[in-house]
Design a protein around this ligand. Sequence first.
Ligand code: CMC
Length: 433
Amino acid sequence: MTEMTKGQEARLVIDGKSYTFPIIEGSEGDRGIDIKNLLQQTGCITIDPGFKNTGSCCSDITFLDGNRGILRYRGYAIEDLAEKCQFIEVAYLLLHGHLPTAAELERFKGLLERFALLHEDMLHFFDHFPPNASPMSILSVMVNTLHNYYPEMSDDPLENVEMTAARLISKIRTIAAFSYKKSMGHPLVYPSNDLSYCGNFLNMMFDKPVKPYTVRPEVVAALNKLLILHADHEQNCSTATVRMVGSAGVNLYASIAAGINALWGPLHGGANEAVIEMLETIYADDCNFDKYLAKAKDKNDPFKLSGFGHRVYRTYDPRGTIIKNACHEILDVLDVSDPLLDLAQQLEEIALSDEYFIKRNLYPNVDFYSGIIYRAIGIPSNMFTVMFALGRLPGWIAQWKEMREDRTTKIGRPRQIYTGEPARKFVPIEERK
Ligand code: CMC
């Protein structure tokens, strides 16, 4: 972990008494006040709802500058990775800290191929979900239960982490595609080692005994790009969940299942599905932009513009820019005309010139245009967040591994300020009014 201190200190005065705390500086100039000993020294804790100002760790994995719209994995610009890499290369980069050589990539690919099947007994699980079960709930259940079928991580988690990572990255794709096939009532299509990671997923999703699916390289390229763009995003809600759950010592599968559940929320990964629902609603309502912008700005209305805003970005989300361009490309290649793309662009233009959104630095995020690509390649909207999970998985694993390898890791256990009743005398039941 490359944590650097430069001798600066922060001074805090409480009740006239002064305390000093070291300032930590990261390799890109991020600064944080190290308050590890705050409670011990001062008797006070900090309160920071939503952790807007709180760093939970130092990390070597992803750098994000929200003011300048910069995102890098292990030092490499997201733009380069999205343009020049395969998803599994980026997964390797996140897990190992360096881009793989051709031989390393071949070995990793071999592991993914080796682990692509699910234990046949697991297939029975799919039969017992109700027909309309959410694919996110199925995904989280199935990932959790992988521990029962492949428990070898329990003895020494860090020794087996590479195998378990490959197993998870390979099997999650099979689980995702099988859950879709089951929801359609169609026969399962097994993975094939003749196809690439993304090609395999598409084939498992769309191949049918009555109509073979042709894997198009342009569709593979679009999916590859989307998965890379989602692969990590430092300490977001689901990643922080993976680290928090993992800090209790639980296995990797259970930690990832917890991350999947966090991602499900419409404020997080669930926003990609919510965006399409919102665009469809606006479209069906005669494109009444004014009405929906007014709702988004109304503090008494829970409606928000899905796919807009971000905790860290104060400018355009760099992933959003890449996805918007990719959206045009893939729709052109597939000769698809989606009225929701025009609508999304108009909505973006209107919102970006509206005082409310300007003042709050609200821009389209990664989820605003991604659903339009998924629709174009045939992925149904209830699978959009599953796609996000497929992409985010290498990041979750890398963050879990970093947390477990870090000797300074403690179990995640926030404090609180108690605001309930002061101590009171117990009243026997017969005396209670
Ligand atoms: N529509 C309308 N107003 C918004 C929106 C929005 N999408 N996002 C933020 N605001 C307002 C918010 O009401 C607040 O206003 P005020 O200062 O008057 O109280 C101000 O902007 C600051 O927002 P915040 O809610 O304090 O910001 P946050 O960092 O807590 O929340 C967010 C970030 C992403 C949850 C939020 O912007 C949001 O709900 N966006 C819509 C859901 C969404 O697109 N989520 C995907 C995020 S990116 C991918 C991912 O992480 O999964």
